[in-house]
Design a protein around this ligand. Sequence first.
Ligand code: 2F8
Ligand code: CA
Length: 136
Amino acid sequence: QMVSQGWKYFRGNFYYSSQVTRTWYSAQQFCLSRDSHLTSVTSESEQELLYRTAGGLLYWIGLSKAGSEGYWYWVDDLLFNKVQSVKFWIPGEPNNTGNNEHCADIKMSSLQSRNDASCDKEFLFICKQPYMPSEP
Ligand code: 2F8
Ligand code: CA
């Protein structure tokens, strides 16, 4: 059923790539309305799936900053591993241009694909929903 609505299955999760652009917050609201979140990216294989899906276009992911310290967190509540995540940023990112880049997108077709951008920008986006088999 999910698949017929455009969701793709990969290793325990369903992913949905939007065909319209939204701000980061509005994109997250859309994902919530579909029982999902903007996607987290916690492994190399997942990063590879997503940058291939993105195909060089800009897509919001579920990474944003919180608190006075501005630490990064995944909006689906998976643990953000700062050390493991270093290799997923574009070299030189995150650079917090204009002190106003508090959301993250996938920008490059490469393992090093991540950029921080203003949350008010309108980009395509990718939702992720964990697959939870229900009883027959
Ligand atoms: O050069 C990297 C730099 O490029 C843009 O700013 C000029 C990006 N802005 C947006 O994507 C909105 C910066 O985030 C990026 O660091
Ligand atoms: Ca940036």
